[in-house]
Design a protein around this ligand. Structure first.
Ligand code: ATP
Length: 353
């Protein structure tokens, strides 16, 4: 199956640009998550891919075929949206084979296909149930089976787990991912939940204000954020301001080595980001790259503990596994070590709250 390619896709609502010059390739069989805060344009982008929204500019191609002006029903894309929109007056099997029946598939064949799909989503014994007699997770699986009935070339899901409680959500994320891997179907999932994106996706597209901020594997996005927005939106980060001097960074009068610093022009103002679990406290710290710190708050969250610090570079949070036991208490004076290879540097910019 060919790749799905978006080139220079834009969407304007009056004077407001909701999607801004997006170039993306969705490789066959990959699951891509469109991730970003509310209003960043994820749904609008997905709706353009589905054909439900007309782009203001750019093209959408599946291999050699230009789909930009093709209506939704002619795209052979399967869709699952936030509220599933199942037909309450039909039973489970009829919901799944509805589109096939409407398209003129003989009843016996449509029923056989519904049976296969219900088996696939582990609802083989539920065909005769009414929709009202299903749990949220079961309804979601019916919606997935229904969307897969016509063997779509691309599978589109918009916040498919949003109606489910936290535990079921996590289970369904794994189930959906396993199903998608088994079917090897190109899939695009819109979500604002980074854990959901990290759990399911081969590739994450981080969006902000209609633009793609970074495209990469979950590991790339987390360990090598492209800018301050991505570092703050994906996972947690401590931010500091500094200035590059002689290949190192001056932060509040302290000199810190950072692996990417030599790549910056001397004198440039930078933002430093550090994941809380990368900082280290206590004895036996390496020489250099330390800041004096005072413990201001301790928050035990079970397997890990957040240690809030006051440092010359500003407040900082360090995450430690609780069995490491630093023996710190509020008010304790300590030193925090900032590993040079864990300090991400970006040109100075405002970061998302
Ligand atoms: P959420 O996670 O809240 O669903 P989103 O990232 O999916 O957000 P979109 O629904 O794509 O965001 O909306 C992007 C922007 O475009 C928003 O500012 C929204 O208000 C605006 N927008 C969306 N649809 C329309 C429309 N039909 N007319 C005018 N503005 C719109």
């Amino acid at each position: 199956m060919p790749d799905l390619v978006l080139s220079d896709i834009r969407k304007d609502f009056g004077a407001f640009r909701a999607v801004d010059r997006v170039d993306l390739t969705f490789a066959h069989g990959e699951l891509t998550a469109l991730l970003g805060p509310s209003g960043c344009g994820k749904t609008t982008l997905l709706r353009m891919i589905a054909g439900l929204e007309e782009p203001s500019g750019g093209t959408i191609r599946l291999g050699e075929t230009d789909l930009t002006g093709t209506p939704p029903h002619a795209r052979k894309f399967g869709m699952v949206f936030q509220n599933f929109a199942l037909f309450p007056h039909l039973n489970v099997a009829d919901n799944v084979c509805y589109a096939l029946t409407i398209a003129g598939t003989p009843t016996a064949r449509a029923r056989a296909r519904a049976g296969e799909l219900l088996d696939l989503v582990q609802l083989a014994d539920f065909g005769q149930r009414r929709i009202g007699e299903l749990s949220g997770g079961q309804r979601q699986r019916v919606a997935i089976a229904r969307a897969l009935a016509q063997e779509p070339e691309v599978f589109l899901l918009d916040e498919p787990m949003s109606a489910l409680d936290a535990k079921l959500r996590e289970e369904m994320q794994v189930e959906l991912r396993l199903l998608q891997q088994r079917l090897k179907i190109t899939t695009i999932v819109v979500t604002h939940d980074q854990r959901e994106a990290m759990t399911m996706a081969d590739r994450i597209v981080v969006m902000s204000q209609g633009r793609c901020e970074q495209v990469g594997s979950p590991q790339e996005i987390y360990h090598r954020p492209a800018n301050g927005f991505v570092a703050s939106f994906i996972g947690r980060a401590n931010f500091m301001s500094g200035r590059v001097r002689n290949g190192a960074v001056q932060v509040a009068g302290w000199t810190l080595q950072a692996v990417p610093a030599p790549a910056f022009i001397d004198g440039s103002q930078v933002t430093l980001a550090l994941r809380p679990e990368k900082a280290r406290l206590g004895a036996d710290l390496p020489v250099g790259n330390r800041l004096p710190a005072t413990v201001t708050f301790l928050r035990d969250v079970g397997a890990t503990r957040d240690i809030h610090l006051d440092t010359p570079a500003g407040p900082m949070v360090v995450e430690e596994v609780t069995d490491r036991g630093t023996g710190l208490h509020v008010g304790a004076q300590t030193q925090v070590y900032l590993p040079p290879d864990a300090l991400h540097l970006f040109p100075a910019e405002p970061v998302a709250a």
